[in-house]
Design a protein around this ligand. Structure first.
Ligand code: ATP
Ligand code: MG
Length: 275
């Protein structure tokens, strides 16, 4: 008889702590109209190597949560932690935002190498690493171009390559494809799938697109309308590797519809609050 998982040595000795812990996270912003609670008692644990997509109506606190995770802002109460890895030189996180946050005065390859430069990696090594990432995102020929000479989709590839070249413990993405046209977005979704399947990075990925969340994520976390709380979690058990063709399967449509049914009332509520 095979031992049950609880009896295997790895399960006994290796209770692995989550890579990201967020428990009871609350954020209150002061404002002239009084305090604004952007996040309320929000909980999310992410395992090492897991891709978690976060979906919720506009204004529900997604970016606030990501900024807290990235240590760009402080939470008011609760616990937020990214567990460090074995290599202290590695950054805990890197963020890719919707706006192409790349330096206009640096070439494509120097943008990708920027984080490594900040960490004191030798020029030779950082350019080699950056060139490898440019290859992986299909920008090899554009290494010496400046940002104004490339398209929006290419700029976002630069941002993604720059974050990954840095090899952070976790990758945080806030609507990284949100500003792109539908076709470019589809191409980048496939690229992200391929890259993630190679790297198995721990990722928190914010998107407005349920389709994108289901395509990319191991889990889709739903947030309520403002203030952002936990609404539901969907485990996406659609096998990998996934491609855009996955979106036309019945399993995919069913999960997408189930998520939309839950999200719809939150979106309606958010729209009523903004009206
Ligand atoms: N610096 C700030 N000061 C005051 N209120 C803020 C601040 N930043 C965000 N908020 C408020 O917190 C709430 C959540 O904002 P946040 O940007 O996190 O939402 P979001 O889910 O990312 O929205 P979207 O989907 O539109 O990007 C909103 O009500 C917003 O007005
Ligand atoms: Mg946002």
């Amino acid at each position: 008889m095979r031992p049950s998982p609880a009896e295997t040595p790895s399960a006994v000795s290796g209770v692995v702590a989550p890579k990201i812990i967020s428990r009871g996270v609350t954020k209150v912003f002061p404002s002239v109209d009084g305090p604004i609670t952007a996040l309320e008692d929000f909980n999310l644990d992410v395992a090492e190597g897991e891709f978690v997509a976060v979906v919720g109506p506009s204004g529900c606190g997604k970016s606030t949560y990501l900024r807290i995770l990235a240590d760009l802002d402080r939470h008011t109460s609760g616990q937020v932690e990214i567990r460090p890895g074995n290599d202290p030189a590695k950054p805990l996180n890197n963020v890719v935002f919707q706006e192409y946050a790349i330096f206009p005065w640096k070439t494509v390859i120097d943008n990708v190498a920027f984080g490594l430069e900040m960490r004191g990696v030798s020029k030779r090594e950082r350019l080699a690493t950056a060139a490898g990432w440019l290859d992986r995102v299909g920008l090899r020929k554009f290494a010496n171009y400046y940002p104004h000479q490339i398209s929006g989709g290419m700029k976002q590839r630069v941002s993604i390559a720059r974050a990954l070249a840095n090899d952070p413990e976790v990758l945080l993405m806030d609507e990284p494809l949100g500003a792109l046209d539908a076709q470019t977005r589809a191409v980048l979704q496939e690229e992200l799938l391929r890259i993630w399947e190679e790297t198995r990075k721990t990722v928190v990925y914010i998107t407005h697109s349920i389709e994108e969340a289901v395509l990319l994520g191991d889990k889709v976390v739903l947030m309520t309308a403002h203030p952002g709380r936990n609404k539901a979690v969907f485990e996406i058990d659609i096998p990998r590797p996934r491609t855009l063709k996955t979106t036309s399967t019945q399993a995919f449509s069913e999960i997408k519809m189930a998520i939309w049914e839950m999200l719809e009332e939150e979106v309606t509520q958010a729209m009523e609050m903004q009206a």
